[in-house]
Design a protein around this ligand. Structure first.
Ligand SMILES: [Zn+2]
Length: 425
């Protein structure tokens, strides 16, 4: 799209001359007064744009853009506001008038043509948003898609403290403006201040009535039949198997999810499936997962203290070499095994049920607690965790030690891993 010079304002024409250029698009003409070289070749102070001119131009550019949007232009507009250029956007059919108006303002200081053009271009939003119900006709009042006009009306209504209450139809837009609740309250509180802005009752019958909405839309506004309470007593709420006693509310929901499907990893954490070993020196994201998992295990087992010391991680290293093995599936921690190294162990034989007088002070990894979330139980997750931990610690799976007393699920697990007996500590 070429710029076409529509007028040269200074004679004889030199590089310093002010020009008005027009760039034509399909709908839109961009009309621009170019004062750039002219400003540079004289005293800046003398050549500034007057407030009058600036005001008229601002009105005109605003009105032009509102009109263009109404006519279906979809692009945005940008222009400068300095003394070097004055830019207007108008429908192509108004380009010549815009050139004349800019020339009158620049050469003669006459801004009336600019104001006349602005009046002509500005859509009648004040009229459309006055009281009453009316239909704006596609092809008569506007040319953009009706849904687009609904948006424009909403924006205009908002600026006026109103709600457009507009609905698009195939061939137009229904609009029935209302004051917003806030505006109504303000008016009630300060009637004097708002006297001018008060929405008067319509003096005449509405221009028209909008037809009822179709059935699908109506369903959203149906009259609801209230829920009817019956006089039946409910039993007291049970303790939830997740160990959460206060049975309602968001914290139980979150807790119960941790207990039943696992603690979610954050987006950036990886791996997301498999088994990972973390220490309290790990990044805080991993420490958070270990911490939440340990709290679930604690509450499930009704223990007083958790097995993971920190929610955010630490630099301090303890000599028990505390660590956690986390079983992961699809971005959730579904199994938690807390381990520390211990040096005092006795041998427990399953058959006799008691501890044999056999002790040992080898340094062994000790299972402090092992917990698998509800939906993942009986799938071999706990066994995999113990096997992974033993391998990672450099001992056979029967060499690991178990903290006692065993939980109801811990005993059969240890027995299945080491059928003869196990080290306990
Ligand atoms: Zn629960």
């Amino acid at each position: 799209m070429a710029m076409h010079v529509a007028a040269v304002l200074d004679r004889p024409e030199t590089w310093r001359s002010r020009r008005i250029r027009v760039r034509y698009g399909t709908f839109t003409a961009r009309v621009e007064l170019d004062r750039d070289n002219w400003m540079e070749s004289g005293q800046h102070e003398d050549r500034k744009i007057s407030d009058d001119f600036r005001q008229a131009a601002d009105r005109c550019v605003r009105a032009g853009i509102d009109r263009l949007w109404l006519e279906g232009e979809t692009r945005g507009f940008s222009w400068g506001s300095g003394d070097y250029y004055v830019t207007l956007f108008v429908p192509v059919r108004h380009a010549d008038e815009a050139v004349r108006a800019l020339r009158a303002a620049e050469v003669r200081g006459d801004t009336r043509p600019l104001h006349r053009l602005a009046d002509k271009l500005a859509p009648p939003y004040d009229k459309w948003l006055s009281p009453g119900e009316r239909k704006l006709q596609l092809g008569v009042d506007f040319r953009c898609p009706p849904t687009r006009l609904v948006k424009l009306l909403r924006a205009q209504a908002k600026e006026r403290g109103m709600r457009a209450n507009a609905r698009a139809a195939d061939d137009g837009v229904w609009v029935r403006p209302e004051l917003t609740a806030t505006a109504k309250l303000l008016q009630q509180a300060y009637p004097d201040q708002y006297a001018d802005e008060q929405l008067p009752a319509p003096a005449h019958a509405p221009d028209a009535s909008r037809p009822p909405v179709d059935r699908r839309e109506r369903r959203r506004y149906r009259t609801a039949v209230p829920a009817r309470p019956l006089s039946f007593d409910m039993p007291a709420p049970p303790d939830c198997p997740c160990g959460y006693r206060n049975h309602v509310g968001f914290s139980h929901d979150r807790w119960h999810a941790h207990w039943s499907i696992g603690v979610a990893l954050t987006e950036s954490m990886s791996p997301r499936t498999g088994i990972v070993m973390v220490t309290p020196q790990a990044p805080s994201a991993w420490c958070r997962v270990a911490w939440e998992s340990s709290q679930v295990a604690r509450r499930q087992g009704h223990y007083d203290t958790g097995t993971w010391p920190t929610e955010t991680g630490t630099e301090a290293v303890d000599d028990e070499n505390l660590r956690a093995y986390l079983a992961l599936s699809n971005g959730r921690a579904i199994g938690y095994l807390a381990v520390s190294d211990a040096e005092q162990h006795s041998w427990l034989e399953w058959d006799t049920g008691g501890t044999v007088e056999l002790t040992d002070d080898a340094r062994r990894p000790r299972v402090n607690i092992i917990h698998v979330v509800q939906v993942w139980r009986r799938r071999g997750v706990a066994r995999r965790l113990v096997e992974a931990m033993a391998a990672d610690s450099g001992v056979g799976v029967r060499e690991v030690s178990w903290s006692t007393p065993f939980s109801a699920t811990g005993r059969p697990l240890a027995k299945s891993i080491s059928p003869g007996g196990v080290w306990v500590s």
